[in-house]
Design a protein around this ligand. Structure first.
Ligand SMILES: OC[C@H]1O[C@H](O[C@H]2O[C@H](CO)[C@@H](O)[C@H](O)[C@H]2O)[C@H](O)[C@@H](O)[C@@H]1O
Length: 442
């Protein structure tokens, strides 16, 4: 069997399994339309799991497995803190209401007032992990992190991987360099512990990552602050993260129409069960599959779509908009490979500025190979964009490229390569844009 067919699964935890059962019972019991299953896997326990489980077992049950509403409310009140209570509001020390040099090009008074309002939101979104999480991690699905955090907000009460990239761009505009660096420190701590940056800092996100933008965050901070110490400290973690994305499950070999072999990467979660944070929905979506293995494959495709950050999109459906045809692991995605190209170029840069020339060379070569692979497999000269590629089967050792397997649909992700210098400089050459710009003096 080819190595990328290995059905890797990250073990769940007893706490998560119990919270999923509670979630199911709450759904049966409260059965209201705006039920959010994530709430139930985010609630910290007040007592040990065994004690809580015992009390849960003893609750009176109706025939359908639900619990009388008042009994369940009382149980939750007695045995759980509220979702998000294990995060504490924090006043970011580097926040000032109007930072010096804030958006120097924004002069219009109304736009400037609005921008300052957006800037003030950092105070609403800044948190630190409460001491209780470090003291008794077994009672929390929230993972301990060394530094202060910025959360997306609302039901997303934890750090997310790719959100952090835009958070950092905003923090840099707000001149909040320490807060931005603390986010990077947190993400590095996840690599130290798990070998990769998790989708988010929760126990139920340990089976997958998210679009790999850590090196881009470090690049942005280095660009703004020149902090070489941060670059030096980050490099070993980035090398480890690079290994994760080039692991067997994420890596594919493909033979192009010129007889050249390329290596590219895909999203692939180590999970084949309902996502605990959306268990109710996932089970309902999988209910039409009759066999266990079909259900498991569907759950893997769901979690892999979550790894892509595009949960959910017709991009991952073999037969859109039929949700049950999700086949994320059968797609070689343009954006993931563009992000990895960015990672290769950033690692080369970081290695160079810290004096590690051999690593810099190796990563420049890797980036060169990836650029060639992307141009060969994704580029479509008629549409003038890079297109996702559909694999006919996920288990071949070497996939043979076929023109008709390019996904002809237009997605924003088709243009992510334009973010990367090797591509935009290539485009300038290809369409002679440089000479036009030079000729017009722009
Ligand atoms: O802004 C945070 C993230 O929100 C969405 O995804 C997250 O929620 C899903 C359901 O609760 C979860 O399964 C997924 O793994 C989470 O990342 C959004 O799709 C993400 O792009 C975004 O980062």
């Amino acid at each position: 069997m080819a190595s990328h067919c290995v059905m890797a699964v990250t073990p769940s935890t007893p706490l998560l399994s119990f919270l999923e059962r509670l979630q199911e019972t709450a759904f049966e019991t409260f059965a209201h339309s705006n039920f959010d299953p994530k709430t139930y896997v985010d609630m910290p326990l007040k007592s040990a799991l065994t004690v809580t489980e015992d009390a849960f077992q003893k609750l009176p049950r109706n025939a359908n497995g639900s619990v009388p509403v008042e009994d369940l409310k009382r149980f939750i009140e007695a045995y759980f803190e509220g979702a998000g209570d294990d995060l504490v509001y924090r006043d970011p020390q580097d926040f000032v209401p109007e930072p010096e040099g804030f958006l120097p090009k924004v002069n219009h008074p109304q736009v400037r007032a609005w921008a300052l309002q957006v800037h003030s939101l950092w105070k609403n979104l800044s948190r630190k992990i409460s001491g209780a999480v470090k003291a008794q991690p077994d009672l929390h699905t929230l993972l301990p992190l060394p530094g202060s955090v910025v959360i997306p907000g609302s039901r997303f009460r934890e750090v997310y991987y790719w959100d952090s990239y835009w958070v950092i761009r905003g923090l840099l505009a707000s001149k909040m360099h320490d807060t931005a660096k603390a986010i990077v420190t947190n993400l590095i701590s996840l690599i130290d512990k798990y070998g990769f940056v998790l989708n988010g800092a929760r126990a139920y996100y340990t089976n997958r990552s998210q679009p790999p933008l850590l090196s881009a965050m470090i690049y942005e901070i280095y660009n703004s602050t020149g902090d070489l110490e941060l670059v030096k400290r980050s490099l070993p973690a980035l090398l480890k993260e690079y290994e994760f994305w080039n692991s067997d499950i994420h890596k594919l070999t493909i033979l192009d129409d010129q007889g050249c072999t390329h290596t590219l990467n895909r999203y692939y979660a180590k999970w084949d069960k309902p996502r605990p944070e959306s268990s109710i929905m996932d089970k309902a979506s999988a209910s039409n599959f009759s066999s266990v293995s079909e259900k498991q494959q569907f759950y893997r495709e769901l979690a892999s779509a979550a790894e892509s950050g595009w949960d959910f999109s017709t991009r991952w459906m073999r037969n859109p908009p039929n949700f049950t045809t999700l086949a994320t692991t059968s797609v070689i995605p343009v954006d993931l490979n563009a992000f990895l190209l960015g990672m290769e170029l950033n690692i080369a840069l970081f290695a160079k500025v810290t004096g590690d020339n051999s690593t810099a060379e190796r990563f420049l070569e890797n980036s060169d190979l990836r650029k060639k692979a992307m141009d060969s497999i994704f580029w479509n000269a008629n549409k003038k964009q890079w297109l996702d590629y559909w694999l006919s089967s996920t288990c071949e050792e070497v996939h043979v490229w076929k023109n008709e397997h390019q996904n002809q649909n237009v997605f924003a992700s088709n243009f992510v390569p334009l973010w990367m210098k090797p591509f935009y400089s290539g485009m300038l050459d290809r369409y002679a844009i440089t000479s036009t710009l030079v000729a017009t003096g722009k």
